[in-house]
Design a binder for this molecule. Sequence first.
Ligand code: HEM
Length: 490
Amino acid sequence: MAIFIDALVELTLFKTSPYKSLGYASMIMFLSWLLYRLAFSPLSKVPGPWYTKLSVLFLVYHEYRGSKRLWIHNLHLKYGSSVRIAPKELSFASTSAIKEIYTSAGGYAKTGLYSLFQHGSYRNLFTALDKKEHNEKKKRLADRYSNSAVLQPEIQAILRDRADAFTKVCAEKQTLDIYLYLHCYALDCVSAVVFDPYGTRSIEGGKDNEMVRRLSYHNSRPGLVIRHYLPWLHRFYEIFAPQSQKGGQMIDDYAWASIRKEPHSTSTLSTRLLKYPEIGTENMVAECLDHIGAGIDTTGDALCFLMWEISQPHNNKRMQRLSEELRLSNPANGDTLIDLPYLNAVIEETMRLWAPGTQSLPRYVPSGGRSIDGYFIPGHTIVSAQSFTVHRLDQTIFPNSEAFMPERWLEIEGSVERQRLIFAFGSGARTCLGKFLAMSEMRLLLHAVYSKFHTRPADDMNASMEMSDQLMTSRPKDMLCKLTFEPIGL
Ligand code: HEM
């Protein structure tokens, strides 16, 4: 402070040479900027470490390294449910903030980060930033994924068929890398909902299986971070790190071939899109690819974390309880499994701990600014919540919050508060469109497996099942999860 006042006095009294004056002026400007960022900016009251008030670099660094989720989580543990993570970016973890950001008046607008997931120039449902444009798209497509649509006998039959194909491989191989085969299951299910009768059959092997292998081991995060923050550098990055590109041509070729085939089942996404020729085939393909992409890693990895956890020796009794409940139902006779309390509890607890969309869902505060959890936030500030923290921070609602305890979901007391804090599928108008599909896929797969098998980690399973982050999702770190399947002696 003293140096600041000295410089000011020297400058105002014109006691120095022009060069020195320039130096002092720059120093004053720098110190004023520092003071503003640290103490007087409208966001300075929001708790957080001093360095996040000065530069966005810390956030970008963690995003690039894949440590953003845990970095933000640790800041919340230290500073509470509102944290400043960059000069113009805040993270929240309370029910009231989620309501304000994602639900009030249709929710705040998505940020430019979502443009990274665009196919060409077309903005699909996930990447649409404009609310009106999003509403129109959603009106056209939402009924394809409603709970009643997913529970239609023809969709259930497809999902059951894929779950049975999965257990056939379990029985044949006995030890299986479920990371890969659950991605196959998820692709086969979602591609059928999009293109039936031209859904993939990747569980059985062949070209479709090769496609899943190409899609499942990408490392797209560093490239996407560079493209978002330093678009000019991205071209060079692509030249030197081409292996970072997700997927390959195969899924695009599959989608183009499938939309051109005829006829499509009436319940599919493609049938609905084809009713609007003005969209154009290229954009229809982009929309279909987006839904397929959104439905592979998410559902596959959630199931993978679930089956790994329930296969641990300390969860034997839980697996037993799940098997006993599942064996009393038969989806082939029309049981939808939606009312099975323990099955639901196991899925809820998995989604609480390891829902693959664990990370911040960023939004812009509307112009004019808004109040969130007692702080006035100016327009265009980026605000977000990440389910990883939302599902763990409040120990009064989720006691022992790091532990896998499905039983907590069976208690009546506190059930409203628990449900309110669940953010695994997002919230409000932009909530996950495929939620009911994902839930049904998970129920049917778990029924197919645990009504017939007990599972345990394979003897040679040394891979890490720690969560590892892509840009918005998380997956098992080593992308390998070997389980041994033992038929239940009935
Ligand atoms: C366990 C499985 C899944 C999880 C955890 C999950 C999670 C999410 C989350 C958190 C969002 C909100 C993103 C945001 O607000 O920024 C979202 C959106 C979306 N999801 Fe899912 N998802 C899953 C499965 C699926 C499936 C199977 C589909 C297939 C159709 C799908 C399609 C979509 C679409 C199209 C959106 C964009 C919705 C919109 O903006 O209106 N998801 N998902």
